[in-house]
Design a protein around this ligand. Structure first.
Ligand SMILES: [Zn+2]
Ligand SMILES: [Zn+2]
Length: 224
C-alpha cells in the first residue's frame, strides 16, 4: 500500500508489506519507502501537502478515519476485486468509448479508462434513499463519468492522482485495473477509496489482483 502513483510492485512472493511511512507534515498520505515518498513529493504531493494538513486530515480525523481504517478498507477492496472481477482482458475492455452528451448534442466520443465500483452495504441506496439493500453492488463507468459523479467530494489534487492512475491503467489495459470501493466508516460517514491494481494471471487464486497504489480516500458525510 502506497500513495505514490509511480510505485512498482515487487515481484511475487514479497510477503507482508513493510512498515508504512506517513507524511510528517499532513499525516494524510503514506508510503512504502522513503524513495516512494520522495518520488511522490516531486510528482504530486508538494502542492497538496499544506491543504491536506489544513483540511483533509482534519476531516478524516473528525470522521474517525485513521490510517488503519483506510488500510483495512484497501485490503477489503483487494479481496472484493479478487472475488468478483474477471481478468481485465475479460471485462470487455479496460477502455470505454462513451457518448458525451454535454457537448451540445453533437455525438462526441471520449475515451476513458474503466472504473470498477464496489458499493458495500448499499451506500448508494442510502444516499439515494431507496430501500433495496444488497450487500455488495457493482457497477462500472468511465473515468470521466466517475469524476463527474464524485465532483463535489473529489478535490483537485485527488483528481490529479486518480487521473495519473487512470493513465497508467490505460497504458497496461490487460494487466491493471482501477477499482473503487465505497464503505461505511461510521454511521454517518461513507469512505470512498480508489486504487490502481495490478493483475497477474499466473498468481494463486485470490491473489491475482494486488493493489499497487491508491489514489484517494474521500469522505461523504451523510446528513441523516
Ligand atoms: Zn511505494
Ligand atoms: Zn504531506
Amino acid at each position: 500500500m502506497c500513495y505514490n502513483v509511480q510505485h512498482q510492485l515487487p515481484p511475487q512472493g514479497s510477503g507482508n508489506s513493510p512498515a508504512l511511512r506517513t507524511c510528517g507534515s499532513c499525516h494524510a498520505v503514506f508510503y512504502c519507502s522513503q524513495a516512494c515518498q520522495e518520488e511522490d513529493w516531486a510528482a504530486l504531493h508538494r502542492p497538496e501537502c499544506k491543504p491536506a494538513s489544513l483540511y483533509w486530515r482534519q476531516k478524516l480525523k473528525a470522521a474517525g478515519v485513521t490510517q488503519r481504517v483506510e488500510q483495512d478498507r484497501l485490503t477489503f477492496l483487494e479481496a472484493l476485486a479478487n472475488r468478483f472481477l474477471p481478468a481485465p482482458s475479460e471485462t470487455g475492455t479496460s477502455r470505454l468509448v462513451e457518448l458525451d452528451r454535454s457537448s451540445g448534442g453533437s455525438c462526441e466520443r471520449t475515451e476513458g479508462t474503466l472504473v470498477h465500483v464496489f458499493d458495500t452495504a448499499g451506500m448508494r441506496n442510502m444516499l439515494e434513499r431507496t430501500n433495496s439493500l444488497k450487500f455488495v453492488q457493482y457497477e462500472h463507468m468511465s473515468i470521466s463519468a466517475f469524476l463527474k459523479k464524485y465532483d463535489q467530494e473529489v478535490g483537485e489534487s485527488t483528481q490529479a492522482r486518480i487521473l495519473q492512475c487512470a493513465e497508467r491503467v490505460q497504458r497496461h489495459p490487460d494487466s491493471s485495473a482501477l477499482v473503487t470501493g465505497m464503505f461505511l466508516a461510521s454511521p454517518r460517514v461513507i469512505i470512498t477509496i480508489c486504487a490502481k491494481m495490478q493483475y497477474n494471471d499466473g498468481a494463486a487464486l485470490g491473489q491475482k489482483y494486488r493493489i499497487v497504489s491508491h489514489a484517494c480516500c474521500v469522505l461523504t458525510l451523510l446528513d441523516l
